[in-house]
Write a protein that binds this ligand. Structure first.
Ligand SMILES: [Zn+2]
Length: 342
């Protein structure tokens, strides 16, 4: 009898199934049920589910170059499969864009991370993935309490960053910045957290907006190829995520996070659009108030606040799309168990 759900691993089976991978199930010696819904989609059901159970989604490979997080997820799944990693919460592991991952390209037709709103769009490979993920989450979180839904969408950055790891908390109408989520981020030793100031169309925004999930997009290091992903430096994140899934008390100490708020999103408006800084500028590089760092047509792009810093600069985006975020350090506090800033 087989003692694993996989021929090789969650990742390798998903990448090279060529559509032949049938959905299948496997129960570990401890009674944890692994249900493969298709390539890259694994539901893990603990032996006991009750009203305390947390319903946790861990996704990666929204972009095909986010190889580090994919390997981290694959390792956790392998340990669940072997019985080494206990699971006491209901979990869903997603490797989203398998084709892009295989070809080491960020995406083919459209940036999948921008397709989670309800705007009408041209058909694309990425749109099919986004639609499938929406259906999947609907059934995973059906009849679950909203304050027991979690979503960690794992990425890696194109540019280097001043911070090794950081999170982006989406802006929605629901209370999705509870102390418990911030405590998770502190235990995971994330260096910084960026608080979005407007709705977006990202995967983590979608789960927060539609399901009131405690959602974060988490950037773990810089993009890399599969097999060449340095996973060092993410031990605390790895352990904290495992402890959450296993309902275990963390044994290490939390660490303070540096908070930023998004001050502006700069959308490219002209063909003539450029930055003064180098293409490989570090995320969170700060500017002095009034300092010019680029141009959009005739208009200079400049810092409007002292210490305003750049995040995710991409001067090659199509006209009408966000070319970078501007962020400012911010002091935070709690109000009715929710993180707020003034
Ligand atoms: Zn990404």
């Amino acid at each position: 009898m087989s003692n694993s759900l996989f021929r090789q691993s969650f990742l390798i089976d998903s990448l090279y199934s060529d559509g032949a991978l049938l959905s299948s199930e496997y129960t570990t010696d401890d009674g944890v049920l692994l249900k493969l819904h298709g390539p890259g989609i694994l539901e893990v059901i603990p032996p006991h589910i009750d009203e305390q159970t947390q319903h946790i989604v861990v996704s990666c490979a929204i972009h095909g170059k986010d190889a580090g997080p994919v390997e981290l997820v694959n390792r956790i799944v392998s340990d669940i499969d072997s019985g080494f990693q206990p699971v006491r919460e209901h979990c869903l592991f997603i490797i989203a864009h398998l084709e892009a991952l295989k070809h080491h390209t960020r995406f083919f037709d459209e940036n999948l991370e921008r397709l989670f709103d309800d705007k009408p769009r041209e058909p694309s490979q990425e749109l099919v993935i986004a639609d499938n993920l929406k259906v999947l989450l609907k059934s995973f979180w059906k009849d679950t309490p909203s304050d027991q839904r979690w979503h960690f969408d794992l990425h890696s950055t194109l540019n280097p960053s001043l911070y090794h790891s950081f999170a982006i908390s989406p802006k929605v109408r629901h209370p999705v910045r509870p102390k418990e989520l911030i405590h998770f981020a502190e235990l995971a030793h994330l260096d910084a957290m960026v608080l979005a100031n407007a709705p977006s169309s990202s995967f983590s925004w979608y789960t927060a907006d539609c399901y009131s999930a405690r959602s974060l997009a988490i950037e773990l290091g810089q993009s890399s190829r599969l097999g060449q992903s340095p996973l060092e430096g993410f031990n605390a994140f790895d352990i904290t995520l495992r402890d959450l899934c296993a309902r275990e008390i963390n044994e290490h100490l939390p660490r303070k996070i540096k908070f930023y708020r998004v001050s502006r999103t700069i959308v490219r408006l002209n063909e003539d659009f450029d930055f003064i800084f180098a293409d490989d500028v570090k995320n969170f590089t700060a500017f002095m108030h009034g300092e010019v760092f680029g141009n959009d047509g005739d208009k200079p792009l400049m810092a409007k606040n002292e210490g305003e810093a750049i995040l995710f600069p991409d001067k090659h985006v199509p006209i009408g799309e966000p070319a970078l975020l501007m962020v400012c350090p911010v002091t935070v506090r709690y109000e009715q168990n929710q993180l707020v800033y003034d």
